[in-house]
Design a protein around this ligand. Structure first.
Ligand code: NDP
Length: 325
């Protein structure tokens, strides 16, 4: 038997409850993992509250990421006792996820725990941290070096934003955090922001081209804010876009692209190929200072998840939320 958060649908509403499940109910997979930690991401919030059409088959165990130890394996790459990490691949969406003491997955979905990391730290990083690293790597690949100027991070208090701030700071970039929560300013500076601007400044209607302010940007918000940022990025600057916390539309023009050579770089962590995924896990492990793990995370039990899921969908969660199994 194992404990899990289970989502069911009742009268078109998604209902979440903590249940004891039989091992036989685990979905088919090459590797059974004893989950030690999962984490709460924006997408988990949408899935658990039913606010987003994330889950199409019920019952479902949510949790788009987890870390733990292999309990049994039918694949040569993994042996019992190995520490592994899972993010993405539709787990917690269409395959049972990490908010359970046990999970079963195809071996191709896993990565080995990098040296220097454990399950707890891996889930403080989680999908959000992996995505933040992939965004920073995208900016680096586009030639955005620290001497080029300030990097803006939108949705700064969130999981992706907060890790991106720390990573950029560690790499020597000047980091500007855009946040809608002024009460988080001191915390944002403590994790690496050089200065903090009010999100409202980026919500004023964008002209096709505005004063050039940013060498680059990690955008987790999309919509009007991304449009505004594109109009403010320097000549040959770049924006790594990974999120839609402010909406999935993009009311922009081609002007930043055709007159300033601005690059809009899409970033996806879910289907990210194994090589790049492993490279990103190794780099994020090297870059994050020990202080990050104490300053950027809150730890909760499974029973606290439904309430926090609601909070993350309305932008009320700060930093990373870790779920102990
Ligand atoms: P969080 O909810 O932790 O953070 C989002 C942050 O955005 C909030 O903390 C808030 O920061 C800001 N925000 C919230 N609502 C709004 C709004 N209406 N308008 C503007 N800003 C808002 O989410 P995550 O960090 O986990 O994820 C961020 C985004 O990235 C999500 O859209 C998520 O789906 C996406 N994502 C994409 C991935 C990919 O592979 N492409 C992987 C992981 C996440 P503040 O209060 O400081 O302004």
């Amino acid at each position: 038997m194992f404990k899990a958060l289970v989502l069911n649908q009742q009268d078109t509403k998604t209902v979440a409850s903590v249940e004891q499940l039989d091992d036989a109910s685990l979905p088919a997979g090459d590797v059974v993992v004893g989950v030690e930690y999962s984490s709460l991401n924006y997408k988990d919030g949408l899935a658990i509250t039913g606010k987003g059409k994330i889950i199409r088959q019920f019952p479902m165990v949510p949790g788009i990421d987890y870390a733990g130890q292999v309990l049994s394996s039918g694949d040569d790459r993994y042996q019992p006792g190995d520490s592994v990490i899972l993010t993405g691949w539709g787990v917690g969406e269409n395959h049972w996820g990490g908010m359970a003491e046990k999970a079963s997955v195809p071996a191709d979905y896993l990565v080995s725990m990098p040296a220097g990391l454990d399950s707890r730290k891996a889930m403080i990083i989680g999908t959000a941290g992996l995505t933040a690293m992939l965004c920073v790597m995208a900016l680096e690949d586009a030639g955005i070096t620290p001497e080029k100027g300030e990097i803006l991070v939108t949705g700064a208090s969130g999981g992706v934003g907060s890790v991106a701030i720390t990573l950029l700071d560690q790499l020597g970039y000047q980091v500007v955090a855009a946040s809608g929560r002024p009460q988080n300013s001191d915390w944002l500076k403590s994790i690496g922001a050089d200065r903090v601007i009010d999100r409202a400044e980026l919500l004023e209607p964008a002209r096709p081209l505005e004063k050039q302010l940013w060498a680059g940007c990690v955008d987790t918000v999309g919509s009007k804010i991304l449009a505004k940022v594109l109009a403010q990025v320097d000549y040959e600057g770049a924006v790594a876009a990974c999120g839609l916390a402010g909406g999935f539309d993009l009311p922009t023009t081609v002007m930043p692209f055709i007159l300033r050579g601005v690059k809009l770089l899409g970033v996806d962590s879910v289907m990210c190929p194994f090589e790049r995924r492993t490279q990103a896990w190794n780099r994020v492990t090297e870059l994050l200072p020990e202080s990050f793990y104490t300053e950027a995370a809150t730890e909760v039990e499974l029973t606290a998840v439904p309430e926090l899921a609601e909070a993350i969908t309305v932008g009320q969660v700060t930093g990373r939320t870790l779920i102990k199994l």
